[in-house]
Design a protein around this ligand. Structure first.
Ligand code: WTA
Length: 648
């Protein structure tokens, strides 16, 4: 972390939507007159019945959070219908396929039609308000159509990242009792095929054994691959849409009706279904998308995330479309066919606002400046980052080489749970400090606390909490409200605990330092250590395992697994490879351990609790300061682990 501060580039500041004074005025008002402020923000959205209530919540048990509760809306009217008059011919989605040159566009009029037809297909299959629909798709426009089609009929979508395994997909299908799955024959990424339908079929089988029978698989044809077909259950989207009409009445939804569930990893147990509702989420998505990106009508905006993550939900689909923006959907990867791809796409589509994760920047930085300087990038005026702390070297490269010092870097801290950006240097309003989220978004009240919950003032480092609610806040863990309270509101009662640590400098600038719980952030993707341990534990050779994160040059954090194998099994490299394969099968490639250390024992307290603090230090090669090891049941375990680390 560096405290060097960079002024907002002058040419950008001259045209920015907000001045430093605007930020202060709006922020102060958002706190002192929260209801007034958010009543105005609600006007960003089209309501069937405008709300008279604004926010009401309790962070004490029973936790209950409501925004705009008497409002009625359908989010797709804000994202589609209301643009038809003024922006009907404006491009809503630019699709950029995996292969350069494979590109299509949809205007708002075309998108409206596609979504209505898709929604009619869902209705024909019996889907209705409140049903949970699982979407397991590549990054193609149909993924956005599917999400919006669900919203159109009031069904709750649960998008599962296309990189998850059949087991992981099945777990999510079962958890929310979803009997309709939308998928594609195959996905394509970086020139490689992803067998989505094969995986979805396998997931359906696993789900059936757990008591949930998928009745419909709606399949989008992407590659034309030959796939297995179960008549009655499986239907092609392109065939089903032949018989439907172009219009579909939007289902009236209460502001507090669910819009989507998105599974995310936590400290303990299996991923939880983060539930967002219609009204508050959309207001937050639209508001933050506008402010964070200094949005102008003629911007071409590209968020290079995947719709399988919350960033894709809020900043590829809902935020940009609610604001009538042209949004790019990219199917590929940053390095295919070569490391110029991102910047080539920016040139081809004249992208002005670009948003990605630090891990992508680091991976591209490794390839040198050549692939960048081979492109123009003159259309770019703002660069955003999300998902993990950005190291100063990557920040500098993004700022100097990619943006040629012309574009502010907007480092947005937020979470699946927060629905949208929470701590961010709003463009034009504040000097940038590499790695700093800087200041809170309107209505957000962060605080730093110590382990006992004492508020820390001034220059300090501690755990990050949020003291009050905001419209985009998750409302519950699907099907498990007790877990919601326990996870977020029990550590610091009366406050929302983020799971992140942060520090604040003398200017009040906030820096997110990373997770303080057992969540690892791998390439900007959240992974629970407990999930990986549970996957490892289901391998027949494993007696016990402990998983921690360790510093990784490209991924930010890598996955380090300590594995104790059962007696009689040999600790070989082949077993290591088999364990990695097993985790990929159980969860997916993103959970692959980067390092596996076979260990004869794990450091435990006398009560049997694994001391992860020690394991993290060993994984990070920091043996010097292991802290107090006197409470260990068997301190010699630590020596053995250090010896084992050295030979890796
Ligand atoms: C981390 C992604 C530092 C953080 C939107 C958080 C960040 C977790 C940043 C949420 C950032 C996200 N700087 N850390 N700008 N953005 N994080 O739910 O640890 O996938 O708690 O949401 O990512 O990850 P999630």
């Amino acid at each position: 972390m560096t405290d060097t501060s960079y002024p907002v580039p002058a040419a950008f500041a001259a045209k920015a939507n907000l001045t430093p004074a605007d930020y202060k005025t709006l922020y102060d008002r958002s706190i002192s007159d929260r209801d007034g402020f958010f009543a105005e923000q609600a006007k960003r959205v089209q309501w069937m019945t405008a709300p008279t209530h604004v926010g009401s919540w309790s962070f004490d048990s029973p936790v209950k959070i409501e925004w705009y509760k008497d409002g009625v809306l359908n989010v797709t009217e804000s994202c589609l219908d209301r643009h038809l008059d003024a922006r009907g011919d404006k491009v809503a989605i630019i699709f950029e396929g995996d292969e350069p040159g494979d590109s299509t566009t949809y205007t708002y009029t075309e998108l409206h039609r596609e979504v209505c037809r898709f929604a009619n297909v869902l209705r024909d299959r019996g889907a209705k308000k409140g049903d949970r629909i699982t979407i397991y798709m590549p990054m193609i426009p149909e993924a956005a159509f599917a999400m919006l089609a669900c919203a159109r009929i009031g069904a709750v979508h649960s998008v599962v990242f296309g990189g998850f395994s059949p087991d992981a997909l099945a777990g999510r299908i079962v958890d929310c009792d979803s009997t309709l799955v939308i998928t594609a024959d195959e996905g394509v990424r970086g020139g490689r095929k992803v067998p989505l339908k094969v995986n979805a079929d396998a997931a359906c089988e696993i789900a059936a054994k757990a008591g949930v029978t998928v009745k419909t698989q709606l399949v989008v044809q992407r590659t034309g691959a030959t796939i297995a077909w179960q008549t009655g259950r499986d239907i092609w989207l392109h065939e089903a849409t032949k018989t439907v009409v172009d219009d579909c009445d939007p289902e009236p939804m209460s502001a507090e009706d669910p819009l989507f569930i998105l599974y995310t990893s936590g400290s303990t147990g299996q991923p939880k279904g983060v539930l967002h509702t219609c009204g508050g989420y959309l207001v937050w998505a639209a508001m933050t998308h506008d402010y964070v990106f200094d949005l102008k009508e003629d911007d071409v905006y590209w968020c290079a995330a995947d719709v399988g993550w919350v960033t894709g939900h809020t900043y590829i689909v809902y935020g940009p479309l609610a604001n009538g923006t042209t949004t790019v959907m990219f199917e590929g990867v940053p390095t295919y066919p070569d490391a110029s791809r991102f910047w080539q796409v920016c040139d081809d589509h004249q992208v002005s606002l670009f948003y990605t994760a630090p891990t992508a920047i680091r991976a591209l930085m490794r390839e040198g400046d050549g692939p960048v300087t081979a492109t123009s990038r003159k259309s770019l005026r703002l660069l955003g980052t999300v998902g993990e702390p950005i190291n100063p070297e990557a920040w500098d490269w993004y700022f100097n080489v990619i943006g040629e010092t012309r574009c502010p870097i907007i480092d947005t801290w937020w979470q699946t749970e927060t629905g949208g950006a929470m701590i961010v240097p709003l463009p034009g309003t504040v000097d940038m400090k590499p790695g700093a989220g800087t200041f809170p978004m309107f209505g957000v009240e962060p605080a730093l606390v110590d382990a006992e919950g004492q508020t820390l003032h001034g220059t300090a480092e501690g755990n990050l909490i949020l003291k009050t609610s905001w419209p985009g806040q998750m409302r519950t863990v699907y099907g498990d409200h007790a877990r919601f309270e326990q996870t977020y509101f029990s550590t610091y009662p009366g406050n929302y605990f983020t799971g992140d640590g942060a520090r604040r400098d003398a200017d009040g600038t906030i820096w997110i330092t990373g997770r303080v719980d057992d969540v690892i952030n791998v390439s900007g993707h959240r992974m629970g250590t407990a999930e990986v341990e549970s996957a490892l534990g289901s391998h027949p050779a494993v007696a016990e395992s402990a998983v921690v994160g360790f510093p990784h040059d490209i991924k930010g954090q890598g996955i380090y697994a300590y594995v104790t194998i059962i007696a009689g099994v040999d600790a070989t490299d082949e077993l290591r490879r088999d364990l990695v394969k097993h985790v990929r099968k159980e969860i997916g490639p993103i959970a692959s351990p980067d390092m596996i250390q076979f260990s004869s024992g794990l450091p435990k307290t006398r009560s049997g609790k694994i001391m992860r603090r020690i394991l993290r230090k060993i994984a990070a090669n920091e043996y010097g300061n292991l802290g107090d090891t006197s409470t260990l049941a068997d301190p010699s375990v630590v020596e053995a682990l250090i010896d084992g680390r050295a030979i890796l």
